[in-house]
Design a protein around this ligand. Sequence first.
Ligand code: NAP
Length: 249
Amino acid sequence: MDGKVLLVTGGSRGIGAAVALRGAGEGYLVAVNYSANRAAADSVVEQIVSTGGEAFAVAGDVGNEADVLAMFAAVEARWGRLDALVNNAGIVGHKARLEDMDLARLDRVIRINVLGTLLCSREAVKRMSTRHGGHGGSIVNLSSVAAVLGAPSTYVDYAASKGAVDSFTTGLAREVAAEGIRVNAVRPGIIDTEIHAASGMPDRVAETAASIPMQRAGTADEVASAILWLLSDAASYTTGALLTVSGGR
Ligand code: NAP
């Protein structure tokens, strides 16, 4: 396992940061992508390096093709291989009904959550697929239970974007299954990260706890644990899975 390379998009905060830290703990060399907050990415890298791991921060908006190409080129230049990709970067807009969502918001949500996942996966497949001389690999996409629940009056655009991630996971898993690549998704429920403040609902974690069967939100590390399992050889016959990590929600 030592020496395998993991790229985590949006690895600077929340679930992505937990994946980067856990991944490094399991021996991955970790590329920590971020789009705006360099200090947060540097902090994750420092934590990994200070505990004997190897990591670097790589800037790039996953919804921008030129940025994605540069990001994958940077990983290749650094380590010369790619074994695992976690398509974690994702955003929500403010809580709203559909008729109050303007084009800029809809474009941003779909571009980052859907197009970003497609573009990064495309670049990973080019490098991992045995069809292109690669030695295989594993991809995990971040979906959400919103893909199933629909997030009415909250953010149906986000729910739709995660529904697209689910369909894409199913299709790509089958497309590359014979080429050494496994593709899976996790569907987290309500997880305690900064994403809720970004949606204008900073108290969402506390307010929804009672409605969750386990009576609490999940932690980023609990989601990271499921992601690292899907990436690992322990999940060697698992592909196309949509794994719900939601405390029963
Ligand atoms: P978060 O705390 O808001 O962190 C988001 C991360 O994504 C940050 O590292 C951010 O970096 C990065 N990012 C944002 N836009 C980006 C872009 N265009 N390109 C590259 N990186 C970008 O989010 P989170 O709660 O950990 O969520 C992570 C994933 O899990 C998302 O896909 C989300 O939809 C999904 N999810 C979360 C929950 C939940 O309750 N938290 C539930 C279900 C699914 P910068 O700060 O540099 O922009």
